[in-house]
Design a protein around this ligand. Structure first.
Ligand code: ISL
Ligand code: CA
Length: 549
């Protein structure tokens, strides 16, 4: 069987983190009108689908991933009328809108939870997951993604509720058919507005292992994969959502997949499964996370990254689909993490762009990558806003890590690295706001900003644009097969995309050394590269080339 053709395989996603994109009214917070002002900029880049991180009403404990009303827009971002105008502006430009939805948990300020906590026999009680404590302790030893116990005590009814994230993010009880009905009706509400699909937050976590047994696993990643994710009824639920709503619309669905492995991937995205179109697996994002997670780092390298790409390619074959990305709003800037944000910032940002846009899968670009934006190093923990960073700061400094040591870890791994405002120009606060930004701008905005990048034909931005245009023409980059070309140096990543139309050869030197290679280039035309190198038999530091035959 050959691979199925679908628009959502061909198009490229651009993720907007609304809080940090563009502020239109000077309150320091990015908003919907701000996005509307920049739609031509996004269109000009050449992407097709805008993924918007959550814009629903929220007390913002986790920047919108804690929703208190799924059917209304958070006032800081605008109104439903602004939303309709945004959707219209996106469609008028021939683009599509992907909404982010969070159905594993709601906010504790959602009306359902406010009712649920009132009494054990409240009709909304079973919308959440409640348990008695064990001798004054939580019901089990599960830990939250953001540190501490995954249970919080509710004195009024003398029970604990489950929250796999912060205590302001109580987990919804999908076992309750009423909860599922409510969720499908919310999904339908947005689809009937004409949006083009959903990114579903932590979807593999929705079905719980109901024995709520203590875990003896050491590493948090293992706990996620074996205890929190892929619960017994997860496929029943996703399939039910598909049958009840999703199947009636021409949309795309992408599940965020912590804990989904190459073994379980096809269960979510196999073309015959009637579940999701694709997943963001997080295997490469979780590389380097030690037993206690991201702030407990262990070494890893490109060998691991390349191995994971191979394993996922194998696992999907022609039967399923993934997205390809190297960062998003939860992980450090890709040029800082996988490239070189010093001497070779521009070159390595281009190399990573070439990789993301030539591997097999729906490419996803995070805002600012097209400028080559890099991590930030704030001097004080007070400058950070992320609840994850603050919770772990407390936990780590209470157990022996010095505040300075922890700050260094945040510089490398914290989520605020990608949440500093978009750098539009050299004016105050990088042109993001006329007021005081909710989080400081990265001081490097004088060197890295959209205005300069747009004025420079050799910039990262135009490299993305060329790659995106090339990808539109060459469907081999979408549907073609993929194979690694072995090379002597482990610093090189050389591979080919191929089908009966053509062969596209990609050569990446992801190191700051020059390397020779022995690939025979006869018959190939060079289409794109990030530097001039007359010696075709070598690859200079961070050089990337794309050939076609
Ligand atoms: O960021 C992470 C680790 O530091 C991830 O483990 C992340 O928590 C996980 O991938 C789930 O992320 C999603 O759900 C969270 C939210 O905070 C993230 O922003 C979202 O992408 C809870 O809704
Ligand atoms: Ca604003």
């Amino acid at each position: 069987m050959s691979i199925e053709k679908k628009w959502w395989k061909e198009e490229v996603i651009y993720q907007i983190y609304p809080r940090s994109f563009n502020d239109s009214n000077g309150d320091g917070i990015g908003d919907i009108q701000g996005i509307i002002q920049k739609l031509d900029y996004v269109k000009n880049l050449g992407v097709d689908i805008i993924w918007l991180s959550p814009i629903y009403k929220s007390p913002n404990d986790d920047n919108g991933y804690d929703i208190s009303d799924y059917r209304s827009i958070h006032p800081e971002f605008g109104t439903m009328q602004d939303f309709d105008e945004l959707l219209d502006g996106i469609h008028k430009r021939g683009m599509r809108l992907l909404m982010d939805v969070v159905f594993n948990h709601s906010s504790d300020e959602h009306a359902w939870f406010e009712e649920a906590k009132k009494s054990i026999d409240n009709p909304y009680r079973d919308y959440y997951i409640w348990k008695k404590g064990k001798d004054g302790d939580p019901p089990n030893n599960w830990r939250s993604f953001f540190g501490g116990s995954a249970w919080d005590y509710e004195p009024n009814t003398d029970e604990y509720y489950l929250h796999l994230f912060t205590k302001k993010q109580p987990d919804l009880n999908w076992e309750n058919p009423k909860v599922r009905k409510e969720i499908y009706s919310i999904v339908k509400f947005w689809l009937d507005k004409g949006i083009d699909g959903f990114r579903m937050d932590v979807i593999p976590l929705i079905s719980k292992r109901l024995d709520f047994a203590d875990t003896s696993l050491e590493s948090f990643n293992d706990v996620v994969a074996q205890v929190y994710s892929n619960g017994p009824r997860v496929h029943e639920y996703i399939n039910e959502m598909y049958e009840e709503v999703l199947q009636h619309y021409d949309i795309m669905t992408v599940g965020e997949g912590p804990g989904i492995t190459t073994q379980t991937g096809l269960d979510y995205v196999g073309h015959d499964r009637r579940e999701l179109n694709m997943i963001f697996h997080l295997d490469h994002m979780f590389l380097g996370h030690g037993p206690r997670g991201k702030f407990d780092p262990i070494p890893y390298g490109w060998t691991d990254i390349k191995r994971l790409f191979s394993e996922w390619h194998e696992a999907m074959g022609d039967s399923g689909w993934i997205s390809i990305f190297m960062d998003n709003h939860d992980f450090p800037r890709m040029v800082s993490r996988f490239g070189d944000d010093g001497t070779y910032r521009i070159e390595s940002a281009k190399l990573l762009a070439m990789m993301v846009l030539t591997l097999r899968g729906t490419a996803c670009i995070y805002q600012g990558s097209e400028l080559g934006m890099s991590n930030v190093k704030f001097d004080s923990i007070e400058d950070y806003r992320d609840v994850e960073t603050h919770n772990y700061f407390k936990e780590f400094t209470e157990t022996g890590t010095s505040p300075d040591e922890f700050l260094k870890l945040v510089h490398e791994h914290g989520r605020d690295n990608v949440r500093t405002p978009m750098q539009w120009n050299k004016s105050k606060h990088a042109g993001f706001t006329n007021g005081e930004p909710w989080i400081n701008v990265n001081p490097n905005y004088l060197d890295i900003n959209a205005e300069d990048v747009l004025a420079d034909k050799d910039s990262v931005f135009y490299f993305y644009r060329e790659l995106l245009a090339f990808r539109k023409k060459e469907k081999t980059l979408i549907y073609g097969d993929w194979k690694i070309i072995e090379s002597q140096s482990s610093d090189l990543f050389i591979y080919e995309r191929f089908d009966s139309n053509c062969n596209i050869l990609v050569m990446l030197n992801h190191s700051d050394h020059t390397h020779t290679h022995d690939v025979i280039l006869e018959g190939y035309d060079l289409c794109l590269t990030n530097m001039t190198n007359d010696d075709v038999a070598t690859l200079l530091p961070w050089e990337c080339r794309l050939y076609k035959k």
